[in-house]
Design a protein around this ligand. Structure first.
Ligand code: AMP
Ligand code: MG
Length: 331
């Protein structure tokens, strides 16, 4: 079906993707339509072997330094949740790259995804399989609920392992920098490349994951530090998303509530009882999907620690907290 230009939703280790042949412009246009995604938002091209980069990347535009970083990062971290921005060949359709001179390339660590890519066209362009701006799907059911019949086929690979999108790293210029924090923590990349440049120097958007509001549930979401979260007064019209068991316990004690989250009428959620950032990342979107379907009008969420995968979780929660009206489509 992908070879014939149809759209397939498929599992990866990060989130579910909505994929098509990266070289079929008709299929690419349909991906944008189905997601209601603005055309300025480029897609990630997924590959299943390092050789596949030959069809995508203009190696003649890579300096020795860039080539070295590409080699070190791709050998150490691929397959895995890392997307690399590289100079593109002219033959890569402008639709896939939003007319940019660069292409985003990712080699996913998921057997089903790799099989699909290798046995179809070798290069599958895919954004996350959700309507633009909304929560990313971590299960096939999320895709079915959000995109349904608009997709030609949905491959069900069970819940996503990592559950948060890939880290997008721009290595197409002299100073590499992270455009979107994600499943590969900054310190892991820096241990291979040396220190990375700070995020967007002029605050300009160079990657739509940087839009102030993105990855958002339909309810209002308020973010708090752990200390603030514990001091909140319980409100029956809200759902509460705690980082760990300790925060929930203090909140419950302060409000005279039972100390088991399950006794709270389905209003209390803990991303990782033991406080593991890996577990928290993998349950983030899944939990937000569950909360979004509850009859409450707001969500209180706690910031996890700002280290390792905590960067990506905090990034998603901050964007989920920014109201949709604040999106500037012209930026
Ligand atoms: P998603 O829609 O969640 O798959 O996200 C794809 C991410 O990759 C978006 O944040 C895109 O902006 C980013 N991306 C894809 N291609 C490029 C590119 N050429 N330059 C910068 N960011 C890119
Ligand atoms: Mg997305």
């Amino acid at each position: 079906m992908v070879r014939a230009g149809q759209l397939a939703a498929f599992p990866t280790e990060t989130v579910y993707g909505l994929g098509c042949d990266a070289f079929n412009t008709y299929a690419l246009a349909r991906v944008f339509e189905v997601k209601k995604r603005p055309r300025f938002d480029p897609l990630i091209v997924h590959i299943a072997s390092l050789d596949a980069m030959e069809r995508l990347v203009d190696f003649s535009r890579l300096s020795a330094g860039m080539e070295y970083r590409l080699s070190v990062l791709s050998h150490a971290l691929w397959p895995g949740p890392l997307t690399l921005i590289l100079p593109k060949l002219r033959t890569v359709p402008d639709l896939a790259t939003a007319g940019l001179e660069t292409v985003a390339v990712r080699f996913p660590a998921h057997d089903g995804a790799l099989k699909l890519i290798a046995e179809s066209t070798g290069a599958i362009a895919a954004p996350s399989a959700n309507p633009f701006g909304y929560l990313s799907p971590t299960r096939a059911e999320h895709v079915r609920e959000q995109l349904g019949d608009a997709v030609d086929v949905i491959l069900d690979g069970g819940p996503a392992d990592i559950g948060i999108e890939s880290t997008v790293l721009d290595i197409s210029s002299v100073a590499p920098r992270i455009l979107r924090p994600g499943g590969t923590p900054r310190n892991v990349i820096e241990s291979l490349t040396g220190p990375l440049t700070a995020e967007a120097p002029d605050g300009k958007i160079s990657s739509p994951g940087q839009l102030k509001s993105h990855y958002a549930p339909s309810k209002e979401l308020y973010l708090h530090t752990a200390a603030e979260m514990c001091r909140l007064e319980f409100c029956p019209d809200a759902a509460y998303l705690f980082f760990n068991q300790a925060s929930f316990k203090t909140f419950a004690e302060n409000n005279g509530l039972p100390s088991e989250p399950s006794d709270g009428g389905g209003r209390f959620f803990i991303l990782s009882p033991s406080g593991s950032l890996t577990e928290a990342a993998s349950s983030l979107f899944d939990t937000l999907h569950t909360i979004d379907a509850l009859p409450v009008s707001l969500i209180h969420a706690e910031h996890p620690p700002k280290e390792g995968l905590g960067d990506a979780i905090n990034d998603r929660l901050s964007r989920a907290a920014a109201r949709l009206e604040n999106i500037r489509m012209d930026c």
